[in-house]
Write a protein that binds this ligand. Structure first.
Ligand code: ZN
Ligand code: ZN
Length: 203
């Protein structure tokens, strides 16, 4: 019963560089007033660009360094999580559906949908359906269950409990109502995830 944890990804680190109007890096020497040194070949600096080096693709361009520094600290303070699906395979090992080469590791809704697909895969093989949406900050090792996903699971379990209770009590009216409530919840979650996926341009 091994746990196969994916390796740590690169820690977010945002570099700021001075750039020309065409976004090429300006490493020319500048005059104290910020203008180009005569004869340096510098067409003049247009501003500063910050780029995250973890692979998330974030960048921000500003005319003034102080502004780009502020954007950087805001971004690093709530850097996006990366997502995976944690599940038990046929050998009883805990594995992670996490392959940055196949899907964006920052794609939450895509991973969410994969959680459902992997649960069906588990059910087909008579494995307990435990696939869960997990997240972590880039540069860290440990994963945690996505809190919003967990909340939806808890709601689903509570509604399924109502269906079961009505069934056992033989109350047809309550059973129909509980089934409708369960279906409405599932549809709502599905629509929300689909919408987020479409927005991210993933499917
Ligand atoms: Zn320059
Ligand atoms: Zn990043």
């Amino acid at each position: 019963m091994a746990v196969k944890t994916p390796p740590k990804s690169r820690k977010p680190s945002v570099k700021i560089v001075r750039v020309h109007a065409d976004e090429s890096v300006c490493d020319h020497r500048m005059k104290p007033n910020g203008g180009p040194q005569p004869g340096s070949g510098c067409p003049g600096a247009s501003g500063y660009v910050a780029r995250c080096g973890c692979g998330c693709g974030w960048k921000n361009a500003q005319p003034i360094r102080a502004i780009v520094e502020e954007k950087r600290s805001t971004y690093l303070g709530s850097h996006p999580h990366e997502y995976a699906v944690r599940y038990t395979d046929e050998a009883g090992d805990t594995v992670y559906a996490y392959n940055p080469e196949m899907a964006s590791r920052f794609g939450r809704s895509d991973a969410w949908l994969r959680t459902g697909e992997l649960r069906l895969w588990q059910e087909d093989r008579l494995i307990e359906a435990d696939a869960a949406l997990v997240r972590r900050r880039p540069g860290t090792v440990e994963w945690e269950i996505d809190p919003e996903w967990q909340k939806d699971q808890d709601t689903y379990a509570a509604l399924a409990g109502k269906v079961e209770a009505a069934f056992e009590a033989g109350d047809q009216e309550a059973l129909a109502a509980a089934r409708a409530e369960l279906a409405a919840h599932a549809a709502k979650v599905h629509d929300r995830v689909r919408a987020a996926t479409a927005q991210a341009g993933l499917r």
